[in-house]
Design a protein around this ligand. Sequence first.
Ligand code: ADP
Ligand code: MG
Length: 300
Amino acid sequence: MSIQVKEVSKFYGKQKALDALSFEISDTEVVGFLGPNGAGKSTMMKIITGFLPQSSGDVFVNGLNVMEHSLEIRKQIGYLPEHNPLYLDLYVKEYLEYVAGIYKVGKNKKKRVDEMIELTGLGLEQKKKIGALSKGYRQRVGLAQALIHDPKVLILDEPTTGLDPNQLIEIRQLIKNIGKEKTVMFSTHIMQEVEAICERVLIINKGQLVADQASNNIHSIKESHVLDLQFTTDIPKHLLLNITGVERVAQGPDHCYYISAKSDIRAQVFQMAVDNQLIILEMKSQERSLEALFQELTKQ
Ligand code: ADP
Ligand code: MG
């Protein structure tokens, strides 16, 4: 297991940013870490990389407790922070050589830097100052520095934020390729990105895990049946939850209920209403977009 997060909570003063979060990521998995702004993604990633201590719980990377072995962990992890703090006055190649020095890449330093420049497509930009690069190329420099010491685990915090559509496609492909050999966890608030890059998605909201799915399953949830119902009165939720195939029930205003189910349950809902002498005012089947699904999973 590459990454193990066990019941991790984090408080910033009184504010709880992570709430007993647990998950595991195995070797060579590429996992999308999805959640709205403020969900706790960056906080979790800083804790996994040893840059921030958790308030409680344990994190292991390649079997090592991050709190106890933070230096060793940093050798094994490549990290692209959210606000990729590059030295704008350094030249691309100079900066990467500097980073290679910090990680003690050794006498292969120059070769390794050249390989990273090649891998991340920085060939034409390598003699430029980082400050002169576009956002997409700065992200590539960030990726190159994260990869320079050949870490087994890559933690990328919103690697595609601020890229134009062409850059997006290229960086996504790059992450996908890297993921063939390494464990990659990348955060995003864009649902489609998860489908484009990875095999599995962890969705968090308000510091809690709300879904852990194979990303092709996102499609199947998306295609699951959603029913909007309105009754004349509030009804006990369990009447809906007891119907075979019902997965989730959320209650809205004006006696409305939103149901997700594995199959078409309209007939059973109608029967349940008759059996319980409930009056259905409205019943509507819905197609769900990925965004709507995301919203549903992450709403309060
Ligand atoms: P995300 O990366 O998912 O947008 P963050 O991990 O950055 O979420 O933030 C989670 C919550 O913790 C937010 O409410 C944010 O305001 C708060 N937070 C993050 N960093 C700090 C900090 N250094 N001090 C105080 N609160 C913070
Ligand atoms: Mg963040």
